[in-house]
Ligand binder design. Sequence first.
Ligand SMILES: NC(=O)C1=CN([C@@H]2O[C@H](COP(=O)(O)OP(=O)(O)OC[C@H]3O[C@@H](n4cnc5c(N)ncnc54)[C@H](OP(=O)(O)O)[C@@H]3O)[C@@H](O)[C@H]2O)C=CC1
Ligand SMILES: O=C(O)CCC(=O)C(=O)O
Length: 427
Amino acid sequence: MKLSELGRLEAPGPLYKMAQHQFLKAAKLMDLDPNIGNFLLWPQRSLVVHFPVVMDDGRVEIFEGYRVQHNTARGPAKGGIRYHPETNLDEVSSLAFWMTWKCAVVNLPYGGGKGGVRVDPSKLSEKELEKLSRRFFSEIQMLVGPTKDIPAPDVNTNAKIMAWYMDTYSMNSGNTTLGVVTGKPLDLGGSEGRPEATGRGVSITAAEACKAKGIDISKATVAIQGFGNVGSFSAKILSEEYGAKIVAVSDVSGGLYNEDGFDINDLIRYRNENGGVIKGYPKGKAISNEELLTLDVDILVPAALENAITGNIAKDVKAKIIVEGANGPTTEEAEEILIEKDVLIVPDILANAGGVTVSYFEWVQDLQSFFWDIEDIRKKLHKIMTKSFGEVYATKQKYNTDMRTAAYIVAIGRVAEAVKKRGYFPM
Ligand SMILES: NC(=O)C1=CN([C@@H]2O[C@H](COP(=O)(O)OP(=O)(O)OC[C@H]3O[C@@H](n4cnc5c(N)ncnc54)[C@H](OP(=O)(O)O)[C@@H]3O)[C@@H](O)[C@H]2O)C=CC1
Ligand SMILES: O=C(O)CCC(=O)C(=O)O
């Protein structure tokens, strides 16, 4: 059978289909065995759960949640859990799919998984959030475990929620199991450097991309969409450690522009004191998220949600480098336009892999009950990110292709090797 003769092309939805197209582009270039290709195109396991939560006013609300394991050939599934009112099986399946390739591109001994609950957490009280988190984790306990599937934070989830997950799993199983989730608080088996890790990985790969493009990062201008975990740490590290000038930032409430560059610590302080929102910060001019994406900057970091850079926006993008802090921020149509315009895209599965890499360090530390210091973590992360960037860039040159396809080629090669050596198919 040829890869083009797929038995089943109905994906869970449009996002998953886009992810499959990215995979197929690489699979064809590397002439992947069709049996392996057809297998890797689909999630290995998907669990959809519905569960009740008694709200503070006595009403019972039913929530829908998901945990998808795309592939576990190289090790336990790994990937975050997101809380968002619009998340769905299509989105979570796509995110799980990308986790498989992300873990493989940085050569971690993991497969890919992801989870989500359809909820707007800003509308819940602290007590409701805790009840929802504990009940959801109990509902997916049949899939998770330190040697099976290890969740972590993603959009709208954090260390506090990871602690509740860990405690719920431990209560249900009768022993304290630190290694069941990562991104936990430091005094509960968390790792130094995990909160900053994704932003640090974004910054390291941005610096490598600048070298490849002949841009001096200490003179570079940067626009960042999204000012949560990934966006704010990318801004802080790029400005403080690499000397780049962050001229635009945004969150869901809109964007801010300052041609002299923002003082990121002051902006973080404002966000924290202002209910998590940057709107109204006095030292910047208000701009829309769309304006931010098309600013004349050297580096653009989308660090919010999927499909932010559409074809229409791509036509007006002026950045020379895009570093995808978010998962899936560039649509297929946009990517074609950007490649045509010679924009260097550092794809999500490479650019934001710093988070899962330090999650891996956390898991290793939990399993061995021996913890490392921040210098160790940063050094090891830097080594993995620069090596991975180099491997992907060399593959791009070898196959004369774009960075995303090159990253897939590296990752698929590693997963295919595991599939073959485990003996999934007669060879
Ligand atoms: N956390 C991690 O370690 C990792 C995260 N990622 C990916 O990075 C992205 C961001 O995740 P993370 O930082 O953790 O999430 P957070 O919840 O911490 O932050 C998300 C940010 O995006 C903003 N945002 C949401 N929607 C929009 C929008 N339509 N336009 C502009 N801004 C918007 C939010 O604004 P507001 O607060 O106002 O809602 C917030 O500032 C996601 O794609 C995630 O999957 C990837 C790898 C690891
Ligand atoms: O830290 C992790 O395990 C996974 C983070 C994540 O969900 C992601 O990289 O998209």
